[in-house]
Write a protein that binds this ligand. Sequence first.
Ligand code: BDR
Ligand code: CA
Length: 319
Amino acid sequence: KRPVIIDCDTGTDDAIALVAALNCDALDVRAITCVSGNVDLCYTAPNTLNLCRMLGFDVKVAQGSPKPICRDLNDIRLVGNEDEGTISTHGQTGMGNVTLPQCGGDFYEKNAVETIYEEALACGGKLELIAVGPMTNVALALLCHPDLKDLIAHIWFMGGAAYGGNTTAVAEFNILCDPEAAHLVMQSGIDMTMVGLDVTEKAAVPDAACDEIRAIGTKDATVVADILDFMRMRRDEYGGEDTLMHDALAVAAACVPGVVKTSRYFVDTECAGTYTFGHTFVAKDDRFGKFTPNCNVAEEVDMDIFLGWLRSCIQNSKK
Ligand code: BDR
Ligand code: CA
């Protein structure tokens, strides 16, 4: 099994990504680090801890940064806010309609930055990161520990888009929340794969597959199905986002060869710009040879492979 840390802002689709990762045969989830994003850290961290303990996973859960490196999340979350009378993408507390039992357990004694560093040292250069929220924790870890960049084997991140955005016309939510963090990570020299909107906006779970997941019948399957039902309700009643598995697709990309097709490009984030703030620049056209590729960019997704993987991870919860 490959050692990974998942950095997340749980979050409905983050929660599904965690259930898949924790049950996936390919991964040894050494720790989960939490960050503010979809909702504040005071929700994302307990959501993560309570979810893991409810499902019987004794994995370390560490608290990370309550805010982006140099911005206010409320400014970002207001961009493109929905009309009054609708409910936000992840619900009030980040978990849709799901109420998790309070486990009463403890967070890991170290914060996210120190947890990432500790595990990177312990894994001797083999640790991979799967970042599915704003990249604040990862960037701060790289700033605090300059040797960390040589200890991380790969970063898989959900964020950005070569084309378009979902929070502004050109910016994806995770990147827009903390563009400076994304820039620092992208320019760190660590090998990385971007799983952006180009593929994740194709990764909706069809209604029949949602019902099949519920039929698995375990606690893990039930929580995933309850989240999917919340997403379907939002989509049907308010015309909100479909059941898009942004974050689970990033986990799948790390686990399953062929689930996404990638090409290597130079990628960076716009930290300023009248209209392009938070945009991920993907140098597909490098006619003057100025941009050295630093990132595998997912351009196509095989939904049969993805849905098969997701189902089989959740099936594993029967074991
Ligand atoms: C990303 O933003 C969040 O809403 C999701 O959890 C995902 O990580 C998609 O833009
Ligand atoms: Ca997320």
